[in-house]
Design a protein around this ligand. Structure first.
Ligand code: GLN
Length: 488
């Protein structure tokens, strides 16, 4: 008999709407399970037990009164702590925001709650979303539930570890891979929507031109359900797209037969380690067996994508983080004299090493003397990459890559080598730079027993295509999210 915390979002909502399940009981089960594993994992910065109980009871009452309680009725959800939840702390994993309480809820949160979801807690992340391992959080480490000495991935490492163990759904954010890579590392599904598909209102900005909120779930159907709830135009975010939201669940069983799937020739030329290479080949063979037509495509700008991304994201971060100065936002340093000293001390004490590194890199890339050489050049590369991807999508429906070059690495292994950390993002940043929808689905285990992910990308706003392909893939693989380092 499966326990309530093991149920998927769709099953929970169906049960709660139909009166066969109580939202309160589901919530208690997820809470108890989460508490049992949290000592090992460190996925949460705060559990919202009382608030969640009240919400769950309210949903049960409304259901009994005959109300339609929504497509996510009674579904417990974990939230990455860079997304505002009104009245709750919001830290972005940073000391500088300690004590800050969100004054309003993000649009994605409002939509989740209107659909009946119940927030279980705020989850750990790399400070401001900057990182690939969660080790850049100012507060705690998060451990991978498949092996506790490994990272959960980042920056949405907390949400990914939470979904792999005790809650069916989470919201993460993805600027260069932060939903997809931790999903891959924790053996779950992660969807980065098309840029503009989901409102960024209430998300603390890291790199505004690629930041997107998206779901982490245990299967593609739940990711599709969550996307449908949070997607759509929002007058409070001018970059949110006005186009209507199709129902990705309506097409999710369409499979992948007959679809043209592009494989970039550039991938094989890269250092994909031997153990990941075997799983990659098997994944391609599986896609073919499912009826996909694999085609080679060439996207030469892929080789410059990492450099391009790290110039642009650091530039945007340096501008976005200027507001955390101890006066407008952020904890103020005590005992300083002049205004300049106050800024310097507040920011020196409040920000961690990686955030400082990026602010300095970005400020340099944007400075008058170097703007053309770095920022301007990176914009041109981004344009070229976009065009090459567009051209590829004239002949293929989907593009496929590994989500990351390897499975989860050991805690401490890369933290002193930023470049090796940045290189983990090699496959995820292209979709970010081009604004494309991209999904990571589990595709097996590496030699160390760590999960690996397969990434599917599609044309802008064609989330339905990646979800249908991912669905066919996960069903054929018959994947079970049963992380080996935590007891079932
Ligand atoms: N790992 C990437 C970075 O450090 C991606 C981060 C993200 O998507 N938020 O920038």
């Amino acid at each position: 008999m499966s326990q309530l915390w093991q149920l998927g979002a769709e099953e929970i909502a169906r049960g709660v709407r139909g009166g066969e399940l109580s939202a309160r009981e589901v919530f208690e089960s997820c809470l108890e399970r989460t508490r049992a594993v949290e000592g090992d994992l460190g996925a949460y910065l705060e559990l919202l037990a009382e608030q969640g109980r009240e919400r769950a009871d309210e949903i049960d009452q409304r259901r009994r009164a005959g109300e339609d309680v929504g497509p996510l009725a009674g579904v417990p959800v974990a939230i990455k702590d860079n997304i505002s939840v009104a009245g709750r702390s919001l830290t972005c994993g940073s000391r500088i925001l300690e004590g800050y309480v969100a004054a309003y809820s993000a649009t994605a949160i409002e939509r989740l709650e209107a659909a009946g979801a119940v927030i279980l807690g705020r989850c750990n992340l790399d400070e401001y979303g900057m990182g690939s391992s969660c080790e850049n959080s100012s507060f705690q480490l998060t451990h991978n539930p498949w092996r506790l000495d490994r990272v959960p991935g980042g920056s949405s490492g907390g949400p990914a570890a939470a979904v792999a163990t005790g809650v069916p759904l989470a919201l993460g954010t993805d600027t260069g891979g932060s939903i997809r890579q931790p999903a891959a590392f924790c053996g779950i599904v992660g969807l980065k929507p098309t840029y503009g598909r989901v409102s960024r209102y209430g998300l603390v900005a890291f790199a505004s031109s690629t930041d997107q909120i998206g779901p982490l779930a245990r299967n593609t159907r739940d990711a599709a359900l969550a996307l449908k709830v949070i997607a759509g135009a929002d007058e409070r975010d001018s970059t949110s797209a006005r186009r209507p939201v199709a129902d990705p669940l309506a097409e999710i069983d369409n499979g992948i037969a007959g679809r043209a799937v592009g494989v970039a020739t550039e991938i094989d030329n890269r250092s994909l380690p031997a153990e990941a290479r075997a799983s990659w080949r098997q994944a391609l063979a599986r896609l073919e067996r499912l009826g996909a037509e694999l085609r080679e495509v060439s996207i030469p700008a892929l080789d410059a994508a990492i450099a391009c991304y790290y110039v642009l994201c650091t530039s945007e971060a340096s501008a976005n983080l200027a507001r955390f100065d101890g006066i407008r936002y952020g904890r103020r340093a005590a005992g300083t004299g002049s205004l300049g000293e106050l800024y310097r001390a507040s920011r020196s004490q409040g920000f961690g090493a990686e955030v400082k590194r990026r602010i300095m890199l970005g400020t340099f890339a944007l400075s008058a003397g170097y703007y053309d050489a770095y920022y301007g050049r990176a914009l041109a590369v981004r344009q070229a990459l976009r065009r090459q991807l567009e051209t590829a999508f004239e002949t293929v429906d989907l593009l496929v890559t590994p989500t990351a070059p390897s499975g989860a690495f050991a805690i401490g292994e890369r933290i002193d080598d930023p470049l090796s950390m940045y290189l983990m993002d090699i496959y995820t940043v292209p979709a970010s730079l081009a604004g494309l929808p991209a999904l990571s689905v589990p595709c097996g285990l590496d030699d160390d027993g760590m999960p690996l992910g397969l990434q599917l990308m599609a044309r802008p706003f064609d989330e339905a295509a990646v979800l249908a392909a991912g669905r066919a893939f996960e069903q054929d693989l018959d994947w079970k999210v049963e992380p080996t380092a935590v007891a079932a």
